[in-house]
Design a protein around this ligand. Structure first.
Ligand SMILES: [Zn+2]
Length: 483
């Protein structure tokens, strides 16, 4: 990777990201002196419930970034934490009378099923907060030793913003905070708090009766870690005190990420002149029907809700990849049906190319690959990347339609598609995308027919049709085909 050049060619080669720290586009230059290895941390799920599609927008964004970096030849070390202890989880565990591990285990398993359905590459490491209590306590001890954290009267340990600022640091790096309004004598114990409540926040929470059996020993007595400190402790433990990329949804910018910076740099683990994180990238909100998703508005979707309506992980992935990560994305069922139509267009073109290639092989058509790469190099400009792909589809359809697509041309086009699909990861639209729920309906219909319950079999056929699928009875059994 060249850096610092201003020539046209160099610019075209450069990979640039919007860094929240500088609020500007910056050329991506990894910390690794060899320029090869990249450390990537993305805040993972809090496993207190099924993750919703807003959460998955962030994970698909992280997956796109990782795949693009890998495509560019970087070796990516991807770490995503699993928050398996925090305020909401403690509350639910007490309500359900379960152990922490029982409660969080079920939602973690569900999370990775959904993650896989969206074809997201699993991070190499997915550390659990509860497995890193020693690292977390160690980091808090460092902050206490440096006078930046203190044990309060309630037995909890808090981060002192006043002391942090006094020792030459700035609080408010990702968001503009009005430090005049800072009230350093006030404290917040909860993990989530609003921007106008800039205050000392909890690193270690002393055990209270409501915590039940959820506690660990520490130099400050029994308790549990705050949410913010876990990400600082685990990211630095696994990626080092300074690493390249930290991702998350924009709702995590404050206080979570601001606090991560304060804790990590407050502990002074970095080499002189080095930051905790070089590039911070934040994904914008996902709205549903133009509104903030909420259970009370009835516009709240988990991935499972969408599967029940007959949509596939591939279709949801395509839809989530439809908008640039920094643009708010308005999710609608209509849009998801649009994703199905667009994928069908793409699949049809690819099927015709396979037919035209007649088994030939050829080097990839670099024009598509280069245009696609150039688009993503510019802060993951996925809209420009899709424009390239659909121009390519149109052109190929024209050649196929007029009989001008030679086997060599078709093979080169397919090879190019394979290359860019290592980044898009849409795979092939075939029977493998039929969700478990659909397969179950198909099996139930077969059973009904065998039992000569044709009324039931027809009812299932109608149900599948309303979900957008028709049944094709073939010699080798029943198959589903999209309407
Ligand atoms: Zn985090």
């Amino acid at each position: 990777m060249k850096s610092g050049g201003i020539g046209v060619n160099t610019d075209a080669m450069a990979l640039r990201f919007f860094n929240t720290l500088s609020r500007s586009l910056e050329e991506f230059v990894p910390l690794d002196p060899a320029g090869k290895s990249v450390g990537l941390y993305c805040c993972g799920p809090t496993v207190h419930d099924f993750a919703h599609i807003g959460n998955f927008r962030t994970f698909v964004f992280a997956d796109l970034l990782r795949r693009h970096l890998q495509f560019k030849g970087y070796g990516v070390r991807h770490v995503m934490n699993i928050t398996d202890v925090e305020d909401k989880i403690i509350k639910r565990v007490a309500e359900r009378k379960m152990t922490l591990a029982q409660y969080t285990g079920q939602y973690e398993a569900a999370f990775f099923e959904d993650f896989q359905a969206l074809n997201c590459l699993r991070p190499q490491q997915t550390p659990h907060a509860t497995e890193h209590i020693g690292d977390i306590v160690g980091l808090i001890e460092q902050l206490v030793a440096r006078g930046i954290a203190y044990r309060a009267g309630d037995g909890s340990v808090y981060f002192s913003i006043a002391q942090y600022v006094k020792s030459g640091n700035r609080y408010g790096r990702l968001v503009n905070l009005n430090l005049e309004q800072m009230r350093p004598t006030e404290r917040v114990a909860s993990d989530e708090y609003a921007k106008d409540a800039v205050a000392d926040f909890a690193l270690w929470k002393a055990r209270v009766p409501g915590d039940g059996a959820v506690c660990w020993p520490s130099p400050w007595g029994e308790g549990r870690p705050g949410w913010h400190i876990e990400c600082s402790a685990m990211s630095m433990k696994l990626l080092g005190p300074s690493f390249d990329l930290h991702l998350g949804g924009e709702d995590l910018m404050f206080p979570h990420h601001e606090d991560e910076i304060a804790q990590s740099e407050g502990a002074g683990a970095q080499a002189p002149g080095q930051l905790f994180v070089k590039y911070w990238m934040h994904g914008a909100h996902l709205l549903v029907d133009g509104k903030k998703m909420s259970k009370s508005l009835g516009n709240f979707f988990t991935l499972r809700d969408l599967f029940r309506q007959g949509f596939t992980g591939r279709e949801v992935r395509y839809a989530l990849l439809g908008a640039h990560y920094r643009e708010p994305f308005n999710f609608t069922l209509e849009g998801l049906r649009g994703a199905r139509t667009a994928l069908a267009r793409l699949d049809e073109c690819l099927a015709r190319l396979r037919e035209a290639a007649k088994g030939a092989s050829a080097p990839a058509d670099e024009a598509l690959v280069n245009a696609f790469t150039a688009a993503l190099d510019e802060d993951l400009n996925i809209s420009a990347a899709w424009a390239t792909v659909f121009d390519w589809v149109r052109e190929n359809n024209r050649l196929l339609g007029s009989g001008q697509a030679t086997p060599a041309h078709a093979a080169a086009a397919l090879a190019a598609w394979e290359k860019i699909d290592s980044v898009l990861a849409l795979g092939r639209g075939d029977a493998s995308e039929i969700s478990g729920d659909l397969q179950q309906l198909l099996d139930e219909r077969l059973a009904a027919r065998k039992a000569r319950d044709f009324k039931r079999a027809d009812a299932i056929r109608d149900q599948l049709k309303s979900l957008g699928w028709v049944i094709e009875d073939t010699a080798s059994g029943a198959r589903l085909k999209k309407v």
